[in-house]
Design a protein around this ligand. Structure first.
Ligand code: UD1
Length: 364
């Protein structure tokens, strides 16, 4: 079976790594790795390939940034001849970024079945571009691989044929389990000048948080309150950096005592810092899952999550972007009220092998 693997943006790379590895080890598969180029910076892309041992892409479509329509369309235009030339038996896409949807649509229209890894997650918030990408990708995928039970429930409710849906666990946690010891050995807290267990780590990049100056200012105020109590490390996504610059908040952020602004970090440094943090503040999807497995309290600066198991069973707590709620969430953590119940079912480092086993059986 010839499989085209698609990776486009930062959160895809840690999901593609174990899948590429498992497919390369299994009998009967050949792979062709396409990087769409949605993310292209060293810090958002190349560092993950070298650190995670992802094979060099067979092709880089080099689409770069753009509006949603432009970026999605450009990926489709550049991906179509790849499918025509490679004639794969399957296109495998992960997550919920524009590259995921664009490549899924292109493949299906050329008669090539699609497998979607991380299927069924729903925030029920149509303002999120990722929610649109998730729903549309799932609706046309032949293979739907869910990471948590809510994914299976959502797919069933939407009428996905049961024989297409498989609960396999979380491929991103495969990568975490593989690298957590190496990350710990790199002693990231020492190198970033913080003491294990006595600092917070923050990431922020959702348009709903960073594209509105008043919301961004409120979040920074809340963070200033936290940084007055424990140091906060803040690796800044390029979207957020330009938003801060655009509304003259970069200097304000740089002047907050206890808050350290950093460039985006590689996988191992970030994992090392996350594992030893007292708490993580984020609006990312994947970090909610990683902190759950690491047992580190997580405040998610969103009103909803498509990953409810991180709340029901994990260490995650939704605060939205309201400064008061963020402060209350942090107080709760200080009082020790954010314990999780361990790793969710099948988040055990074996998800990619389960997927490959199912694909080998060609059940559908
Ligand atoms: C994308 C994903 C989001 C994911 C996030 C992780 C979509 C709709 N969004 O959002 O789900 O959580 O990646 O980072 O697919 N830029 C650079 N260098 C790069 C790439 C981007 O500087 O290598 C800048 C550009 O100014 C660009 C902006 O970041 O306009 C946003 O990039 P884009 O790919 O549109 O979306 P993200 O916000 O990164």
């Amino acid at each position: 079976m010839k499989v085209v693997l698609v990776a486009g943006a930062r959160p895809n790379f840690m999901k593609i790594a174990p899948l590429a590895d498992a497919l390369d080890r299994a009998d009967g598969f050949t792979t062709f790795l396409v990087h769409t180029g949605q993310h292209y910076d060293e810090e958002l892309s190349r560092v993950f390939f070298s650190e995670l041992g992802i094979p060099r892409p067979d092709l880089d479509l080099g689409v770069g940034s753009g509006s949603h329509a432009r970026q999605t369309a450009e990926i489709m235009i550049r991906f179509e001849p790849v499918i025509e030339q490679e004639r794969p038996d399957l296109v495998l896409v992960v997550g919920d970024v524009n590259s995921t949807l664009a490549c899924a649509v292109t493949a299906v229209k050329l008669g090539v079945p699609v497998a979607h890894v991380e299927a069924g997650l729903r925030s029920f918030d149509e303002c999120m571009p990722e929610e649109i990408n998730r729903r549309l990708t799932d609706s046309i995928s032949r293979w739907l691989f869910a990471s948590e039970p809510s994914g299976m429930e959502n797919l069933a409710r939407e009428g996905a044929p049961p024989e297409r849906c498989h609960f396999v666990g979380n491929v991103m946690i495969d990568t975490l389990e593989k690298h957590r010891r190496r990350a710990a050995e790199m002693k990231a807290p020492d190198r970033f000048g913080v003491v294990p267990g006595q600092y917070c780590l923050m990431t922020l990049h959702r348009p709903s948080n960073v594209d509105h100056p008043e919301i961004l200012r409120g979040i920074l105020k809340a963070v200033a309150g936290i940084a007055g109590q424990v140091p906060v490390l803040f690796p800044i996504h390029p979207r957020t950096r330009s938003a801060l610059k655009g509304c003259n908040l970069l200097d304000y952020a740089g002047g907050i005592r206890g808050l350290t602004l950093l460039k985006p970090l590689g996988y191992l440094d970030f994992l090392g810092l996350m594992a030893d943090a007292m708490a993580v503040l984020t609006d990312s999807g994947g970090i909610q899952e990683e902190t759950t497995v690491l047992g580190v309290p997580c405040l998610t600066l969103r009103e909803n999550t498509e990953r409810p198991i991180t709340i029901d069973q994990g260490t995650n707590c939704l605060t939205g972007s309201d400064p008061h709620q963020i402060a209350c969430g942090f107080d709760r953590i200080l009082r020790g009220g954010a314990e999780g119940r361990g790793s969710p079912e099948l988040w055990d480092g074996m998800a990619a092998s389960r997927i490959v086993e199912i694909l080998s059986s060609r059940e559908v």
